[in-house]
Write a protein that binds this ligand. Structure first.
Ligand code: SF4
Length: 292
């Protein structure tokens, strides 16, 4: 097999989705689908949930090791790969000694309940073995919105899980969905999400504007008039409120979906004012009648 065929042989799908911060990192598919699979807005988790058998993971790691022999970091692929029990994750980490001997850092997607199910000892062990970063969709800090979207976690659980990661030294990158409360909850979404994030220490916050995907429960809610989506301009106003109330430190803030066109990015807290200026300028340009 040539190189492309070898790559194709170790992934279920033609396209794999890594967080932007992990670009270029080799990805080892360890699971498919999401163990929760019930968020009303989600179009992401299409496969039935499964954790791959260890012999398949080992075989794929062997191939990946041949393709990327110098890699020092490995991303474990799966919608929430951190659902895998700690001892199995430890076994996967250990296998790199044989097949990818330079790898000393691991990262993956996680749900909040995946973290809470692990003991502090297990989290500490995984960190000692090289788990550096978890990528987590927290979406909102507002319990009514999390409930409405059937996220299956509360804001308090999110804070508890992330504080546990802080204690053992595992970094986390968070995703927030702007517009997730619709018009009904827009101010509450911004304020309560900022309040929740202010109790955590994310390495970065990636904001994405809500998209109502076809054939999702959220699309049905919209059709029934149970969810009132916000316009891109309204979402930008919500983002301004979020930023104004955000007091995290040592954190990169990124929104790649501003008005469906722009990206804003800056380090918090140093560049908070620049981010707000950018948002205000975009608002002025797109909503000329608004006051500052
Ligand atoms: S936890 Fe993530 S992948 Fe799973 S259903 Fe919710 S949004 Fe989708």
């Amino acid at each position: 097999m040539n190189r492309d065929e070898l790559y194709a042989s170790i992934y279920t799908h033609d396209t794999i989705y890594l967080p932007p911060w992990e670009e270029g990192v080799p990805a080892l598919e360890v699971a498919l689908g999401c163990s929760w699979h019930k968020c009303r807005f989600c179009d992401f988790a299409k496969d039935p949930f499964q954790i791959h058998p260890m012999d398949k993971i080992e075989q794929n790691m062997k191939i990946l090791g041949q393709l990327r022999p110098e890699a020092t970091r490995l991303f474990l692929l799966g919608e929430n790969a951190f659902v895998i029990p700690a001892e199995d994750l430890a076994h996967i980490f250990d296998m790199t000694d044989q097949y990818m001997p330079h790898v000393n850092e691991f990262s993956m997607y996680a749900r909040i309940d995946d973290i809470l199910r692990k003991s502090m000892e297990e989290l500490h062990m995984l960190h000692q073995m090289g788990l550096t970063t978890l990528h987590i969709g927290v979406e909102s800090g507002s319990n009514p919105i999390l409930h409405m979207m059937n996220k299956g976690i509360t804001a308090e659980q999110t804070v508890e899980a992330l504080n546990r990661l802080d204690q053992v030294g595992i970094e986390y990158c968070l995703t927030v969905i702007l517009g997730l409360g619709g018009r009904t909850f827009r101010n509450m979404h911004a304020i309560e999400t900022a309040r929740m994030l202010n109790r955590t220490h994310p390495k970065n916050i990636w904001c994405l504007k809500l998209k109502v995907w076809e054939n999702t429960p959220l699309e049905t809610m919209v059709k029934k008039g149970e969810f009132d989506p916000m316009t891109p301009e309204e979402i930008l106003l919500e983002e301004r409120l979020l930023l104004e109330n955000l007091h995290v430190t040592n954190c990169l803030y990124v929104d790649t979906t501003v008005l469906d066109v722009y990206t804003i990015q800056g380090n918090l807290p140093q560049e908070k004012q620049s981010l707000l200026t950018a948002v205000n300028n975009l608002l002025r340009f797109n909503m000329p009648k608004m006051k500052k």
